[in-house]
Design a protein around this ligand. Structure first.
Ligand code: SF4
Ligand code: SF4
Length: 192
């Protein structure tokens, strides 16, 4: 899924973007990167990414925020931590990927119909609302927001799961103490 290399201009760089990445957990060390490429070499998914992990760290360090936050790479990272374990500079690449995902969600720059950010947002919203998730509703919302044809393709399976009691579309389970949970999940510590 490699994308065509484009010319980059100095005017596209933002030192503010780099500062923000560095200020977030996981991003602190990106400026120590020596571009050795070990992270890309050990990453089991780098062949499928539009930018390798090494490129993402480079682009983030140099302030090419738009390119980083529009990349699918940050969403394809499966958090296996292989890169973080092997990095000779001790850069927490996996955590940096999380920081970049959060920035992409905050700015709305994630790929719209790409399932992974949609799943992450839907999951998070459900946890915020109920304190837990409902797998069947999660799957249905995911298909509706990304590829509703998949909902039709999987309808038979879904119905079988409902019939055998494995899935429940209409069970609304909620935990007590949702306000406290929301306070923990809010950046400012106050319930939303
Ligand atoms: S392994 Fe570490 S030092 Fe090497 S390119 Fe990746 S982030 Fe940079
Ligand atoms: S944590 Fe992510 S970027 Fe690092 S090796 Fe695993 S999949 Fe690749």
């Amino acid at each position: 899924m490699k994308i065509k290399q484009s010319i980059r201009y100095d005017s596209e760089r933002s030192s503010q973007f780099t500062k923000e990445v560095v200020s977030r957990p996981g991003g602190e060390m990106i400026q120590a990167c020596i571009q050795c490429g070990t992270c890309s070499g050990v990453c089991p998914l780098s062949n499928y990414m539009d930018r390798t992990p090494r490129q993402i760290i480079y682009l983030a360090r140099e302030g090419f925020g738009d390119e980083v936050l529009h990349s699918r790479t940050i969403w394809m990272c499966t958090s296996c931590y292989a890169c973080s374990v092997e990095c000779p500079r001790g850069i927490k690449i996996t955590d940096a990927m999380y920081a970049l995902k959060r920035m992409a969600i905050e700015r709305g720059t994630y790929p719209r119909r790409f399932p992974i950010p949609v799943l992450a947002r839907t999951f998070f919203a459900m946890v915020r609302r109920n304190g837990r998730t409902n797998e069947s509703q999660l799957a249905a919302i995911l298909f509706l927001k990304t590829n509703w044809l998949q909902l039709l393709n999987n309808a038979r399976l879904g119905l079988d799961l409902i019939r055998t009691g494995r899935f429940s579309m209409f069970k609304w389970e909620r935990i007590e103490g949702r306000a406290e949970l929301n306070a923990i999940l809010s950046d400012d510590g106050k319930p939303e």
